[in-house]
Design a protein around this ligand. Structure first.
Ligand code: ADP
Ligand code: ZN
Length: 596
C-alpha cells in the first residue's frame, strides 16, 4: 500500500500537520532531490528524513556521529511501530550479522550508521546489496573543515554521491553559517534548488540576563518560581563551582547532580542517565555537558557565569525546549567573569589573532548582557538574521530596564571614532576621549583633535560599557580586519545630527526574582492529573526500558489534559498519538484521564 507523507505523519507519528517547511522538505526528498536542511534545534529535522524513508521504497540510511543517542532514537522509532536499528561499534559481531541479513531481506525501515563504518569495505559491499530509500546525513556541519565541529570520518561521505548517485541525500544541521552551508553542499554534491535554510530563532525560549547578586540565592529563587519539578541544566565556569552549586541546590531540595571532566567516566555516565531517565533532575555542569543530549523537555538552562561567546551562549541555551514548549534561559553575569574569561583567552595557546578574536567575542557577549533592547533581535543579528519586531519574549521586552539618557555621551563617542578615522579600537578612542597623554595618543596627534578630553567626566569602565552597547545595537561595527577597530554604521546618522536620542542601561540594582510570564506546567487545577499522567508514563517507560519522553513527551501529556479524551477515537486526536501508541498505551492513559 502506498502512503502519503501526511498519512504517515498522522497515523505513525500522531501529529496533525507539518510544521513550517517540513512539508516542502519531505516532498523534495520524496521526489529524489539532494537537499540541505538548516533548521534550529527542536525544529523537527528528524521527520524530514524519517517520513521520506517510509514513503520511498527501500531502507533509509541515517549517518549520525552521536553513537550515544542511537539507542534512544531507535527505541523511539520502535515505539512508533517503525522497524529501526543501528550499526555501530557497540554491537557484537553476531548482532551485526543479524542486522545485515535484515537489511538485505528488506526487513527494516531505517538504519542508523556511525560515519566511521563507511570506511569499511564491508559496509560499502553491504549497501550495494541493499535497496536504499535515501541517505540522511545528520549533524552535517561535521563535514565542513571551516565549521567548528569538523570530523575526519565525515570526509568519507563523498562516496555516497559517487557510489550511489541515484539515491537521494539529505544533509541536516542546526548550525551552519553561509560558508559552512556552501562547504556541505559541495562535499555532498547537493542540489542548488533544494536548500532549506530555516530561521535560527528559538521562539519558545525566553531569555533573561541579570547581574549577579548572591547568585546562588538568585538561582534558587528562580527555580522556586514555577520550575520546582522541571528538568534543567545549570552551567558553571569551573569544576569547583559545579560541585559547590550542586551541593547548595541539594541542600535546598532540588535534585541536582554534578557533571564535569574531573569526575570518573562512570559517574558522569550515571548522572547523565539519571538526568535522561528521571523527571525533574537538574544537571550542574561545566560546558563538557551537552553535546548529544537531546532530552526534549529541559525546561531551563541557567548560566551561573558568563559564557565566553554568543555562539556558546546560543548553543547552550538552545538545549532547553527542544519539544517546542515554553522554556527559559537565564544568565547571571558579573564583571569578575569577564576578567576571568579575558585572562583565560590571554593565557590560551592560540596566536595573537586568535586571542584578539576571543576578546572580541567576549565583548559581544558582554554587550548582549548590557543592552536594553530586545535580546533576541541582537542575538539573531549577530548570526546574520533580521528579526523585524522586538520579540516580546525576553526580559528587556517584558520588563522595561532602567535607563539613562546617553545621547550626549554617545555623540561624543561616535564623533571621536570619526575623528580618529575609524582606525582604532575602543581602548584608544577612550584614551582620546578622556584626555590621556599616553604615547600612542601623541604619536597620532590625537591630542589635537576636537574630541580630545571631552569625556573625562566618565570612567574608563563607563565608556567601555557605552562602546560595547553601541556595537551590540549596531551603531558601531568592528572592522573585518580583525584588529578590533571601530567603524560607524548607517544607524549613527540620526544621533550624530542630534535628531535621535539614545538610552543605555543603568546599573541593575534590583534583586527581584525572575518570574516567567508564561506558565510552564499545567494550571493548579490540572496538577493532580498532570502528576498522575507523568507517573503512569514513568511506569510504562521503566517497563519498556526507555526514557519517559519516548513513551509520550510533555507536549502530548499537556494535550491530553486539554482535550480530556474519553474514547480511543478521541485519544487519537491528541498530538503525538499515532496508531501504534494508541494500541500500546491508549487504554491505560484513558483510564487515568477518566479518573479526573
Ligand atoms: P531537531 O532534530 O530538529 O532538533 P526533532 O526532530 O527532534 O528536532 O523534533 C523536535 C520535537 O518536535 C520532537 O518532539 C518532535 O516529535 C516534534 N515535532 C516535529 N515535527 C512535528 C510536527 N509536525 N508536529 C508536532 N510535533 C512535531
Ligand atoms: Zn525581546
Amino acid at each position: 500500500m502506498n502512503h502519503t507523507p501526511l498519512d504517515i505523519l498522522q497515523h505513525t507519528f500522531g501529529y496533525g500537520s507539518f510544521r513550517d517547511r517540513q512539508a516542502d522538505i519531505v516532498n523534495a526528498v520524496c521526489q529524489g532531490k539532494n537537499a540541505l536542511v538548516v533548521m534550529p534545534t527542536g525544529g523537527g529535522k528528524s521527520l524530514c528524513y524519517q517520513i521520506p524513508a517510509l514513503v520511498r521504497p527501500g531502507i533509509g540510511i541515517v549517518i549520525s556521529p552521536l553513537i550515544a543517542l542511537m539507542q534512544d532514537q531507535v527505541n523511539a522509532l520502535k515505539e512508533l511501530g517503525i522497524r529501526a536499528c543501528f550499526l555501530n561499534s557497540t554491537l557484537s559481531f553476531p548482532e551485526v550479522q543479524q542486522i545485515e541479513r535484515d537489511m538485505v531481506s528488506g526487513g527494516v525501515d531505517l538504519v542508523y550508521i556511525a560515519p566511521e563504518r563507511l570506511n569499511k569495505q564491508r559496509t560499502i559491499d553491504l549497501l550495494a546489496r541493499v535497496d536504499i530509500a535515501l541517505f540522511a546525513i545528520d549533524e552535517a556541519h561535521c563535514v565542513a573543515q571551516w565549521g567548528h565541529d569538523f570530523r575526519v570520518d565525515y570526509l568519507r561521505l563523498d562516496i555516497l554521491a559517487q557510489y550511489f548517485p541515484s539515491v537521494p541525500r539529505v544533509a541536516l544541521t542546526a548550525t551552519a553559517d553561509s560558508r559552512t552551508q556552501e562547504e556541505i553542499a559541495s562535499r555532498l554534491t547537493l542540489d542548488q534548488d533544494a536548500w532549506f535554510i530555516c530561521g535560527f530563532d528559538r521562539p519558545n525560549i525566553q531569555y533573561h540576563i541579570r547581574q549577579k547578586k548572591q547568585a546562588k540565592k538568585q538561582l534558587i529563587d528562580f527555580i522556586r518560581n514555577g520550575f520546582e519539578s522541571c528538568a534543567g541544566i545549570v552551567y558553571c565556569l569551573s569544576r569547583k563551582r559545579v560541585e559547590d552549586i550542586a551541593q547548595w541546590m541539594q541542600q535546598h531540595g532540588v535534585r541536582a547532580l554534578p557533571y564535569h571532566a574531573g569526575m570518573s567516566h562512570q559517574l558522569r555516565q550515571q548522572h547523565q542517565n539519571i538526568f535522561l531517565r528521571e523527571e525533574g533532575v537538574v544537571i550542574v555542569a561545566t560546558i563538557a555537558f551537552g553535546m548529544g543530549i537531546d532530552k526534549p523537555n529541559v525546561r531551563y538552562v541557567v548560566h551561573m557565569d558568563m559564557p565566553k561567546s554568543l555562539e556558546a551562549y546560543y548553543q547552550e541555551t538552545g538545549r532547553a525546549g527542544r519539544d517546542g514548549d515554553p522554556s527559559t534561559g537565564v544568565l547571571f553575569y558579573g564583571m569578575e567573569d569577564v576578567v576571568k574569561l579575558s585572562q583565560m583567552a590571554e593565557n590560551s595557546e592560540g596566536d595573537e589573532t586568535f586571542k584578539r578574536h576571543e576578546q572580541q567575542r567576549l565583548n559581544a557577549m558582554l554587550g548582549l548582557c548590557e543592552m536594553i533592547t530586545c535580546r533576541r533581535q541582537a542575538l539573531l543579528r549577530y548570526f546574520g538574521e533580521q528579526l523585524e519586531e522586538p520579540c516580546g519574549n525576553c526580559d528587556n521586552c517584558l520588563i522595561k530596564p532602567k535607563t539613562w539618557d546617553a545621547t550626549e555621551a554617545v555623540q561624543k563617542a561616535l564623533s571621536c571614532v570619526y575623528r580618529t578615522e575609524q582606525r582604532f579600537g575602543a581602548a584608544h578612542v577612550i584614551d582620546v576621549l578622556r584626555g590621556s597623554d599616553n604615547a600612542k595618543v601623541k604619536q597620532f596627534g590625537h591630542d589635537r583633535l576636537s574630541t580630545y578630553d571631552i569625556g573625562s567626566d566618565m570612567s574608563v569602565d563607563a565608556w567601555r560599557t557605552v562602546f560595547r552597547q553601541l556595537v551590540v545595537m549596531g551603531h558601531l561595527q568592528l572592522s573585518s580586519s580583525g584588529y578590533g577597530n571601530l567603524m560607524l554604521t548607517e544607524k549613527c546618522r540620526g544621533i550624530l545630527r542630534g535628531k535621535e536620542k539614545i538610552y543605555l542601561r543603568e546599573e541593575d540594582k534590583s534583586t527581584k526574582a525572575i518570574k516567567r510570564k508564561v506558565k510552564t506546567v499545567a494550571s493548579p487545577d490540572d496538577m493532580p492529573l498532570w502528576n498522575a499522567l507523568r507517573a503512569l508514563r514513568k511506569e510504562l517507560a521503566d517497563e519498556h526500558g526507555v526514557p519517559p519522553y519516548i513513551v509520550f513527551n510533555d507536549a502530548t501529556l499537556k494535550d491530553m489534559i486539554q482535550l480530556r479524551p474519553r474514547t480511543k477515537t478521541e485519544f487519537l486526536v491528541v498530538n503525538g498519538v499515532g496508531d501504534k501508541k494508541l494500541e500500546q498505551f491508549g487504554a491505560e492513559f484513558l483510564a487515568v484521564i477518566s479518573e479526573y
